[in-house]
Ligand binder design. Sequence first.
Ligand SMILES: O=C(O)CCC(=O)C(=O)O
Length: 262
Amino acid sequence: MPAARTTGKEVARQLLDDGYVVVSGMMPARDVQAARADLDRVLTATKSGRNPFEGYSTQRVYALFAKTRTFDAAATHPLLLDVLDQVLGHYQLSAPVGIRIGPGEKAQVLHRDDAIYPLPEPHPQVVVNTMWPLDPFTEKNGATRFVPESHKWEPGRRPAGTDPVTAAVMAPGSAMFYLGSLWHGGGANQTSSSRLGVILEYAAAWLRPQENHCLAVPRSVVRGLPERLAELLGYNIYPPFVGYVGGSHPLKVLRRADESGA
Ligand SMILES: O=C(O)CCC(=O)C(=O)O
């Protein structure tokens, strides 16, 4: 398992070769503890899933950046951004979600995160996801599972019962990077404790993000965020000018609105 001091180039190469890579030392222990405590607070007011994909015994914290500040640093971790620079070029946050899989939850259906976009296949990588465990991820408690090499499958192939599935067993503080083209899903939780993790999913900047952050995260909150994070939440353009507001860069508009009190 590479450690966070490894280079973005090495991680990007392994990610493109294998479809996933687990990097240790991405989040210091005190930040893991703080994130866990703050998400426990948020989860007390979070309903369980509404369908088999969300999981009826699973809670999902959507609009994550409206609810906690404990993932601001993770979302702009230098190694993560370095990898994204190389794999996606221009990118944005697509789906930042806390996922607590409760005891007894069934395995989530295997899926590809980039399948939501109607792009003809094969296509360049347009989605990179990262999973940040806040509990130890084990085979028994619902560690994310994935089908190795499935990012290289020919268009239209779907997992069959005979394809090997691997559980992403990892410790809090690590992060698993995986391509949007890798078949994966949450695991079944066969223990009596819940499994908490956070996905920070990124997509190419020219695509529509899964969550509409400009509505999900109040503007008053975004104004207090580091500039790079505000950009990743949609206050940015895809060059030369996709996403402008009244002909201006969204960050300029955000600042102007700040001055005028809007
Ligand atoms: O919770 C997990 O381990 C993965 C969840 C996932 O892939 C999803 O909800 O799209």
